[in-house]
Design a protein around this ligand. Structure first.
Ligand code: GDP
Ligand code: MN
Length: 385
């Protein structure tokens, strides 16, 4: 789960990291009021789950409350990478002398949190990573000890020659590590970490992603979720108790079990198709889940054909068959559906489907080949029309 900048800033501030004060606004009136309260030049910043807001026009300097209102009017309602801006953050403008990058991610390869720091921070860190990776210093952290003082100072000296500033940055890194661990983050990033003309070191932008598995035991973090900023189909799936990830392909997949769902996606790719989603309806025998799954998948306009791949162990395939029949009765599914069922009660399942004129297969390869061909046929027809 991604946090907005204003939420991430609160976590940093609570940990003692120097973050400029500020306020969140949803209307130009509020932007003006906050700018007046702060006094002087302010920065108005779009709060969306996307990087590159600066380049997209979502970060604007304003010299007085009137200009702040104008900036607020321009930014509120604008779209950045397809996301509508509903909130802005208003902060006093910092007098920036240098911009650095500070990031901490959970790294699968080293199976540890890894710090990444670079003196070439600011808006183009992705480009720095791609073109001049030597400008980024990486340090895996042993979770048994955390980020030790000498390691933090070493990283601080990568960023700043000035010893006071290096020490300030080192303190921020240790605090950032604390925020990362205490909140079960998978990513915590400060870009830019700036020095001001007066020599201070400040965090001007913050991005934190919380591991979804943390949320059950941290209702305070779960409450920060902004559903308006998330993929609607994933929100609907979460509410229906389904594990669902939207992808860009055109073959909708309804599968029981995460492992089989992964294998199904692999096979769709193997036969030349593109999966539209990962979906695990779970091990339960609940027809309602099938109904929810079909609703979510048919709402995706990219989907050209749907594949059910059900291995009946604890899941009873006759229940799934009933779910498919119930769902297709509740609303018209205009898309071709290929059903592969095998295992518990499969004879009964085949009978249930045949009774309504649907046919099921028991061979997985055969089913995947068919659904890929159907999706391709529909795409070709769509292209010709
Ligand atoms: P991002 O583009 O989404 O990463 O948004 P940032 O919050 O990082 O802002 C982008 C850029 O705007 C920064 O790298 C700065 O160059 C600039 N910026 C942000 N805040 C301030 C500020 O307080 N003062 C000045 N002068 N520039 C700022
Ligand atoms: Mn940034």
């Amino acid at each position: 789960m991604n946090l907005h900048e204003y939420q991430a800033r609160d976590l940093l501030r609570t940990a003692g990291i120097p973050v400029p004060e500020g306020g969140v606004a949803t209307s130009p009136d509020q932007v003006e009021a906050i700018a007046r309260r702060l006094g002087g030049t302010v920065v108005v910043k779009a709060q969306v789950h996307a990087g590159g807001r600066g380049k997209a026009g979502g970060v604007k300097l304003a010299r007085d409350p009137g200009e702040a209102r104008k900036a607020g009017t321009a930014i509120l309602g604008m779209q950045i990478k397809g996301l509508v801006v509903e909130k802005v953050l208003v902060v006093p403008a910092a007098d920036i002398a240098s911009e650095s990058y500070l990031g901490l991610i959970m790294d699968r390869e080293s199976q540890r949190p890894v710090f990444m720091v670079s003196a070439a921070g600011g808006v183009d860190i992705e480009e720095v990573a791609a073109k001049t990776p030597e400008k980024i210093t990486r340090l895996p952290v042993d979770p048994r000890y955390g980020l030790l003082a000498h390691q933090a100072l070493g990283l601080g000296l990568v960023l700043y020659q000035d010893f006071q500033q290096a020490r300030a940055a080192a303190a921020i890194m240790q605090q950032l590590y604390g925020v990362f661990v205490a909140n079960g983050a998978s990513l915590a990033e400060i870009n830019p970490l700036v020095t001001t003309a007066a020599g201070q070191v400040l965090a001007l932008d913050a991005k934190i992603s919380i591991d979804d598995n943390e949320l059950d035991r941290r209702p305070d973090l779960a409450a920060l979720r902004d559903e308006s900023a998330e993929e609607p189909s994933e929100v609907a799936a979460r509410k229906a108790g389904l594990s669902f990830i939207k992808l860009d392909g055109d073959v909708g997949c309804v599968v029981n079990g995460a492992g089989l769902a992964m294998a199904t996606m692999d096979l769709v790719k193997f036969y030349g198709g593109q999966p539209a989603n990962f979906l695990d309806i779970g091990g339960s025998s609940n027809p309602e889940k099938v109904v929810s799954a079909l609703r979510i998948i048919t709402a995706d306009r990219n989907v050209k054909a749907i594949l059910f791949n059900i291995f009946g162990g604890i899941t009873r395939t006759d229940d799934v068959a009933n779910g498919i029949v119930t769902a297709t009765r509740q609303f018209k599914v205009d898309l071709p559906i290929v059903i592969r069922l095998t295992g518990t009660n499969e004879a009964e399942a085949f009978r249930i489907l045949e009774a309504v004129g649907m046919r099921a297969l028991s061979d997985m390869d055969e089913a995947v080949k068919q659904v890929v061909a159907l999706a391709r046929g529909a795409a070709a027809k769509g292209g010709a029309a």
